[in-house]
Structure formats: structure tokens, C-alpha cells
Design a protein around this ligand. Structure first.
Ligand code: F6R
Length: 609
């Protein structure tokens, strides 16, 4: 949700700021801008649209400077227009970039207007710039003015500010939105995410909630929420630069789909110790905590929510533990009843999703036995704030539509299910069998990827439709939900998912020859039921695309196309069947010419509510 970057050095940093914004574009991409302080004073350049538009303007103006801040925006307050783009400036003296939302901006705006400040945007950010300017009249430094301003702001945000009274300094702050400082040699950086800084450094300070950082080219000082100097460790990242580059792939999404087999292997391996799944991987107290757990309550958003739904099926069926799952955005507003010995489990790729984080914080006050996060970013707030954590090792996910993060979350849910199942009668031999099944997931995915060419051909038949229906039963229902979400996100085709058995309770009315149906129907206990559901569709002229397995007797015919996947154990079928649905969405989007990696109106890492 918006990306910010800042740099202070002894060289021109504008090219770096632009490259940094390109890396952060997945967080928002409706307008972009940079501001610098040079011998001509405070200078800003902003452009509507992608960072590329800004880059062209900057090249034309020849703007340069040894320090600066930049921003790529996902609009919250005010349309994507140049006057709403960041940086926002107060009286040609202070410039600010900002991620997140200032909840009390309206009253602050009114107050600032009575003080004589004029507003040029509809954003909540502009109040920050004016407030800092206002405080600079009575405070002795930018740091003090920012600190005073922070006391007045309500909401979740990260900011970076510069002032022409202190041209060698950037002050940045984190409250609710991630912020990382990059340490260089006689140069320092700040950004929403390490991906923006990997070209310059591997050494990072991950700021904590409430931190303020005062940065020059020589020094970085971090203050905690109480204004005291805080020791924050410098961590060396092992993320490789090519992990955040497309390489030979046309899109990040395709690269990330293909990376799933490795990502699954990388996620499973650290959870195994001495040939057994190791609960200690979740944290030192894991064994004791899991011993006490009698129920599980799962919360997440979007794709991560779908992984939670698959998990709830597994946990009840094999783990024999009562489990419920719900959207994080709903959870904390409905006064949930918390039962004894319940584990609160959150899933999130980024670990910064505002709704999920808020649900976790609510749960921590609500009397759960413990909290557990499944997350892909080890430095994230979610990981830091949970009692236990299962780190997925999908690697950086840049495409806005989540792919490898999802299948690795499914792997994590499988493993956690086995941790619960071993307490409820699953014997060692059976557990070992499941572990072997998990080890087969990577190879199964590779076999599914071999269907890529066929799926691309089939995608042609969906590319012109306006609506589609995805069907699944049992733990294939959440996979159908995920397939539908992928299609709508990146192709803008309306896609809905239903459990096959629900068709006759309403959605059957929608079926005609213009409504393609995508069915996920492996050979499992529910396949006969699913077959009956699909016959109901065929009888009404609906066109079917069925993903089944080698063992099932579905055959392609006039109205139906069947694609066969390898036969795998039910335990990993959700992982396998996700892949063709991702590829289908991808190819449909490519045919329709949409922006696959940065679909309209969306952004990765939704750090606002
Ligand atoms: C869909 C997608 C989103 C995210 C959701 C939660 O492809 O990416 O639905 O899954 O915004 O994000 P995380 O997992 O980072 O909490």
C-alpha cells in the first residue's frame, strides 16, 4: 500500500530513488514522485501513472541531488492526480512522503487552515507536511518537529521527511506500516521494503513500532516510541537481487508460479529434524503450547484466507481438532466469543496486512491460549508479535496476485495439522507416510507445470467471457475460491466460486452457454457427487473445463474439456490443483492484455484497513 524510499549520500541519488520506486511499484502504482534538496532549494517532481512516467519527466528536467525521498502511490484520499501525488510540500520548506492513513486528518486540516495554511491536495498526507512546518517555527530541529507531529497523528503509517533548513538529514518514522533502514558506506537509505535497497546494501535495520530514525550520510540514530535512543541490530539480508528480478520470465507472476516447486521444498526442509517433523520449528514453547490446545481459530485475508479454509478442513479431518476460520476484517468487529485453550492462528504472506495484524492484536487481548502466525517475511510485524511462527520460505513475492506464498501456506497448514494429529491418535508410521507425501509435492507441481501449454490453449476459450463460475467440493472448494480470485484479480473477469452441492440452491439459474464453469474434481470421496453436479450444469448447456486426475473417468467431449493432473494423495491435492488454476488466470490475463503483475486498483501488502 504505497511505497516510500529515501537516500542520503555523496552522489546523485535521483537514479537510485527512481530504481527503488520501480522495485516498490508492486505496493501501489497510480502516481509517483520524488523530492530533493539541492543548491536551488527544495525541488519536487511528480507524475500520474507508473514510475516510468516520473522517470521520463526527471530525465527531461535533469533533476539531481545528493539526498531525497520518493513515493509510489496507491490512492486512499483523493484521486490519482498530480496534486495528490507525494511528496507533499509545505511552504517550499518541508517535503513528506507517507504510507498508510491519518485518521484525524480532517480536524488537523481545519486547524491548519485557521493557522493560514493552504492545501493543494485532497490527501491526508499534506497535513503532516504542514504540521512539521508549523512545529519547525518553535522546535530547534527537523527531528523535534517530526516527533511533535507524530504525537498528533492518529492512524497507521510510515513517513519520511526532509527540510531545507537541514539539507543533510532525513527523518523517518514507523507506526503501523513497515520501514527498513539500509546502511551503506557514507550513505544511508530508508524504504518500505528491502527490495528497494538491495542494489545498494545488504545491511538493514528493521524499525520497530513507534521508532523514529534520524539519518545523515554518516550516521543513523534510532529513537524508540518514548524518544530514547534505541539499539537496533543491523541484520544482513540473504535475499539475492535476482530473487526480486523477473529474469527471463515475461511477468513476475509466471516466474513465481514456476518457483513453487522449489519454494515448497524450501518450506518443508527446515521443519524436519532427524527425519521427523519438528514442532520446535514453531518456537521454543511450541510443544507445551500445542499440548494445551483444544480448538483453533484462524483469521486471514484474501488468498491467505483461502489457505486458512483449506487448513480448517485438514485440521478437523486429520488433526481431529475443532477449527473455525474467518476473514480478519470481520473478526474483530463482531465481538467474538473466545473459548478456553484456543489457538489463534493467522496467515499472511507479507505479515503487514492491516486487518490481519489488527485481528492478531485484538486476539492477544482476548484470552486465547496462544497465537501462531504462518508468514513469509521473518522481519514482519506479524512474526514479531505472535507467540509462535511458521515461516514459509517462498522467497520474495512481487506479483500482486499471490501464488507461491499460497502453496507454501498450504504446506505449512499440512505440517501444523500433523502436529495436532500426532496428539490425537496418529501413529508414528502414519505420520511418516504423510511426511513422504509432503516430500512428493514438489515433483507433483513440476508435473502440473508441464500442462502449461495446454492451459494456454484452453485460456483462449475463456478470454472473451464476462463471467465464470468455479466449482469444488470438500477441500477443493477453497481451491476453487482461490482460482476464482486469481482470475478476477488479473483478468477482470467476474468469477465466483461455489461448493458443487450449492449449485442447485441458486447459482444454477446463471448457467447458459455463455457461462464457463471451471471445476476442480480430483478422484476423492466426493468425486461422484461432483460428477452429478457437473451433469446438472451440462444439462443446461454450460461449458465445462474440468481439472481431474489420471485415475478419474472424466473425458473431454463437446461441452467439456478435461485436463488430467498426476494422481496424488488427498493430503497434497489442494497444493497440486492450485497450479493449473493459477496458470489459467495468468494466460487469460495475458490474452486480454491486462497488467498481470500490477492489476488495476490493487496493491500488494494492504497496510490500510
Ligand atoms: C490475492 C492476494 C491478496 C492477499 C491479501 C492478504 O492474490 O494477494 O488477496 O492474499 O491481501 O495479504 P497477506 O497474505 O500479505 O496478508
Amino acid at each position: 500500500m504505497c511505497g516510500l524510499v529515501g537516500a542520503i549520500a555523496r552522489r546523485d541519488v535521483i537514479p537510485f530513488l527512481v530504481d527503488g520506486l520501480r522495485s516498490l511499484e508492486y505496493r501501489g502504482y497510480d502516481s509517483a514522485g520524488v523530492a530533493t534538496l539541492n543548491d536551488k532549494g527544495l525541488y519536487k517532481q511528480r507524475a500520474v501513472g507508473k514510475v516510468e512516467a516520473l522517470a521520463q519527466q526527471l530525465a527531461a528536467t535533469g533533476m539531481s541531488g545528493t539526498m531525497g525521498i520518493g513515493h509510489t502511490r496507491w490512492a486512499t484520499h483523493g484521486r490519482p492526480e498530480e496534486n495528490n501525488a507525494h511528496p507533499h510540500v509545505s511552504t517550499e520548506m518541508v517535503a513528506v512522503v507517507h504510507n498508510g492513513i491519518i485518521e484525524n486528518y480532517e480536524e488537523m486540516r481545519r486547524e491548519l487552515q485557521t493557522l493560514g495554511y493552504e492545501f493543494e491536495s485532497q490527501t491526508d498526507t499534506e497535513v503532516i507536511a504542514h504540521r512539521i512546518h508549523h512545529h519547525l517555527q518553535s522546535q530547534h530541529s527537523l527531528l523535534a518537529a517530526v516527533t511533535e507531529t507524530l504525537k498528533e497523528l492518529e492512524g497507521a503509517f510510515a513517513i519520511a521527511a526532509i527540510s531545507n533548513e537541514e539539507p543533510g538529514r532525513i527523518v523517518a518514522a514507523r507506526r503501523g506500516s513497515p520501514l527498513v533502514v539500509g546502511i551503506g558506506k557514507e550513505e544511508n537509505f530508508v524504504a518500505s521494503d528491502v527490495t528497494a535497497l538491495l542494489s545498494e546494501t545488504r545491511d538493514f535495520i528493521f524499525l520497530e513500532e513507534g521508532d523514529v530514525v534520524d539519518m545523515t550520510s554518516e550516521a543513523v540514530t534510532v529513537y524508540n516510541e518514548y524518544g530514547r535512543v534505541a539499539e537496533r541490530p543491523i541484520q544482513t539480508s540473504n535475499v539475492k537481487k535476482n530473487a526480486v528480478e523477473k529474469g527471463d520470465y515475461p511477468h513476475f507472476m509466471l516466474k513465481e508460479i514456476y518457483e513453487q516447486s522449489i519454494a515448497l521444498r524450501q518450506t518443508l526442509a527446515p521443519a524436519i529434524k532427524d527425519e521427523r517433523l519438528d514442532e520446535g520449528y514453531l518456537g521454543t514453547d511450541a510443544e507445551d503450547i500445542l499440548d494445551r490446545i483444544e480448538r483453533i481459530h484462524i483469521c486471514a485475508c484474501g488468498t491467505s484466507y483461502h489457505a486458512g479454509v483449506v487448513g480448517s478442513y485438514l485440521l478437523e479431518k486429520l488433526g481431529k481438532i475443532p477449527c473455525r476460520v474467518e476473514h480478519a476484517s470481520e473478526y474483530r468487529y463482531r465481538s467474538p466469543v473466545v473459548t478456553d485453550n484456543t489457538l489463534f492462528l493467522v496467515l499472511s504472506q507479507s505479515g503487514e496486512t492491516a486487518d490481519t495484524l489488527a485481528a492478531l492484536r485484538y486476539a492477544k487481548q482476548a484470552g486465547y491460549a496462544a497465537t501462531l502466525s504462518i508468514c513469509n517475511v521473518d522481519s514482519s510485524s506479524l512474526v514479531r508479535e505472535s507467540d509462535l511462527c511458521f515461516l514459509t520460505h517462498a522467497g520474495p513475492e512481487i506479483g500482486v496476485a499471490s501464488t507461491k506464498a499460497f502453496t507454501t501456506q498450504l504446506m505449512a497448514m499440512n505440517i501444523i495439522t500433523l502436529f495436532m494429529a500426532r496428539r490425537r491418535g496418529l501413529d508414528e508410521a502414519e505420520e511418516q507416510r504423510y511426511l513422504q507425501v509432503l516430500k512428493q509435492a514438489s515433483a507433483a507441481i513440476e508435473a502440473a507445470l508441464n500442462l502449461d501449454g495446454q492451459i494456454r490453449d484452453i485460456a483462449m476459450s475463456l478470454a472473451d467471457c464476462s463471467h465464470s463460475l468455479f466449482l469444488g467440493r470438500g477441500n477443493m472448494y477453497p481451491i476453487a475460491m482461490e482460482g476464482a480470485l486469481k482470475l478476477k484479480e488479473i483478468s477482470y473477469i467476474h468469477a465466483e466460486a461455489y461448493p458443487g452441492g450449492e449449485l442447485k440452491h441458486g447459482p444454477l439459474a446463471l448457467i447458459d452457454e455463455d457461462m464457463p464453469i471451471v471445476a476442480v474434481a480430483p478422484k476423492d470421496a466426493l468425486q461422484p457427487k461432483m460428477k452429478a453436479n457437473l451433469q446438472e450444469v451440462q444439462a443446461r448447456g454450460g461449458k465445462l473445463l474440468i481439472f481431474a486426475d489420471q485415475g478419474s473417468d472424466f473425458e473431454s467431449a463437446n461441452q467439456s474439456t478435461v485436463l488430467k493432473l498426476p494422481t496424488v494423495d488427498d493430503f497434497i491435492a489442494p497444493i497440486l490443483y492450485t497450479v493449473p488454476l493459477q496458470l489459467l488466470a495468468y494466460h487469460v490475463a495475458v490474452i486480454r492484455g491486462t497488467n498481470v503483475d500490477q492489476p488495476r486498483n490493487l496493491a500488494k501488502s494492504v497496510t490500510v484497513e
